[in-house]
Design a protein around this ligand. Structure first.
Ligand code: KIV
Ligand code: ZN
Length: 510
């Protein structure tokens, strides 16, 4: 069966979701999981965005062996050379360069003529070819570009050496029949179109990213750009899990395959959600908690008699239930280390391992069954707390009782100095946040507060996401604990740490 190339851009376009910025270590963990999942190309970032992004791509290029590692680059010499340097250690490396081709972008954003855009695109592809044979070119805002101009640009970049031609619906404007036709027309009209792989990259502003991507596939695209959980700019990108499962489940229509190990989908979804702080809605296809839950009695009865009456996929085929009960109270340090390794988690030092093991023992005292998700959350929390540069939680006491006003007392370590604070609030979390603010005085706006249980049961760890906004910057903070008020305090402090210390980085589309 002919294979579709799955190009995952969770670490680049996904990271452009408000507050989803990831650290190098977090990106490496996700990259390892993407490799395990079997994605063909991992877009690891935008090398020119910041020194941190450059370093993350270089590290990923060193550790990933089976997937191609790609860096995005605007069509400028500096960007392309940074991308080339970042992927130089990759077993298989790609440079993905792009420039906008719609009138609205060329006139208002780039302030360049059509001729200048073609010239720059060709030049960027030629610079990229100095580093790798695997060069991808994207015509940003192809959806609102004139087809004649797209044909001209694509012919020129193919001539210059591009091997993959990506057609993005940057603003999520298309609908499936139109997008399919556009792909078919380009493939038909562009000279040497059979020498390249045609790709599609769809945003979800009208909720049609997956449908549009599949329409492109039906019309000749052989690479789909997508993200785990559909994370991405604004309403997000096409979701990898939906694309892959649609192609697999409806192979009668597509007659195509992918290299994806579908049993790794749910673990990948949970990891990305834990790290970015973007919860998955319960009714999300494939990876939502209710995706395989049957509420109505008639459905339950049908499924018990014959599963296919109401199920078109098997939960276990996408990785539900794959979460192993891995460790317990009596597990030793070696078993802990081995399981972390199997999960692709490598702690930087013996000290970090010892600290994580101590946290694991504490958790095992409170929670009898420890699952893989618990280990991911625990390590995430450990790294988050450990790398906290300004504020750390030292102590928290919260009193909450019917008929009384909730009251929080806490001690924070602020840049090496301990400070005590207390406050009352509408609830225990509100009181805790107010106590923290009385020390920090950030005046940041709280955009989101959400709690999710990591596994089932009332002894599960709660995973809290806090999204803060200040001076135009948006950050997410995470915290995990069996006590959700403690998890909330950690998440709030994590967001503050990101707000105060994280350097700004460049957005490729600006
Ligand atoms: O949406 C878009 O156009 C992009 C390009 C950089 C491929 O993300
Ligand atoms: Zn995009």
């Amino acid at each position: 069966m002919e294979q579709i190339i799955i190009f995952d851009t969770t670490l680049r376009d996904g990271e452009q979701s408000p507050g989803a910025a990831m650290t190098k270590e977090e990106k490496i963990r996700i990259a390892r999981q993407l490799e395990k999942l079997g994605v063909d190309v991992i877009e690891a970032g935008f090398a020119a965005a910041s020194p941190g992004d450059f370093e993350a791509i270089s590290e990923i290029a060193k550790v990933i062996k089976t997937s191609t590692v790609c860096s995005l680059a605007r069509a400028s010499e500096n960007d392309v050379r940074r991308a080339g340097e970042a992927i130089k250690h990759a077993a298989k490396g790609r440079i993905h360069t792009f420039i906008a081709t719609s009138k609205i972008h060329m006139e208002n954003k780039l302030r360049m003529s059509e001729d200048q855009v073609v010239e720059r695109a060709v030049q960027a592809v030629k610079w990229a070819c100095e580093y790798t044979e695997d060069v991808e070119f994207s015509a940003e805002d192809a959806v609102r570009s004139e087809v004649d101009f797209l044909v001209r640009v694509f012919e020129a970049v193919i001539e210059a050496g591009a091997k993959t031609i990506n057609v993005p619906d940057t603003v999520g404007y298309s609908i499936p029949s139109v997008w399919g036709e556009r792909m078919a027309e380009l493939i038909k009209r562009v000279k040497n179109s059979d020498k390249v792989v045609w790709s599609t990259h769809c945003h979800n502003d009208l909720g049609m990213a997956v449908a549009n991507s599949l329409a492109a596939v039906m019309n000749g695209a052989r690479q789909v750009e997508c993200t785990i959980n559909g994370l991405g700019e604004r309403a997000g990108n096409a979701s990898l899990e939906e694309i892959v499962m649609a192609i697999k489940t409806r192979s009668d229509l597509f007659n195509l395959g992918t290299r994806i190990d579908t049993t790794q989908i749910v673990p990948a979804s949970k990891l990305v959600s834990t790290i970015t702080g973007y919860p998955v809605q319960p009714n999300k296809a494939i990876v939502g908690a209710n995706a395989f839950a049957h509420e109505s009695g008639i459905h339950q009865d049908g499924v018990l008699k014959h599963r296919e009456t109401y199920e078109i996929m098997r939960a276990e085929d996408v990785g539900w239930g794959a979460n192993k009960l891995t460790l317990g109270k009596l597990s030793g340090r070696n078993a802990f280390r081995t399981r972390l390794k199997e999960l692709g988690i490598e702690l930087e030092s013996e000290d970090a391992l010892n600290a994580a093991f101590a946290r694991f023992k504490e958790l095992a005292d409170k929670k009898s069954e420890i699952f893989d998700e618990d280990l991911h959350a625990l390590v995430n929390d450990e790294v988050v707390q450990d790398t906290a540069e300004l504020f750390k939680l030292v102590y928290l006491q919260v009193a909450s009782q019917t008929g009384e006003i909730p009251h929080a007392i806490l001690t924070l370590n602020r840049d090496g100095m301990e400070q005590r604070a207390e406050a009352t609030g509408g609830g225990p979390v509100d009181a805790t946040f107010k106590a923290i603010e009385s020390v920090v005085n950030s005046a940041a706006e709280l955009l989101l507060y959400s709690v999710n249980n990591i596994t089932s049961g009332t002894d599960a760890q709660g995973e809290v996401t806090v999204r803060l906004s200040k001076g135009g910057r948006i950050v997410n903070g995470q915290g995990a604990d069996t006590d959700i008020v403690v998890a909330s305090a950690k998440a709030y402090l994590n967001a503050l740490n990101r707000l105060y210390v994280k350097p700004e980085k460049l957005n490729p589309q600006v």
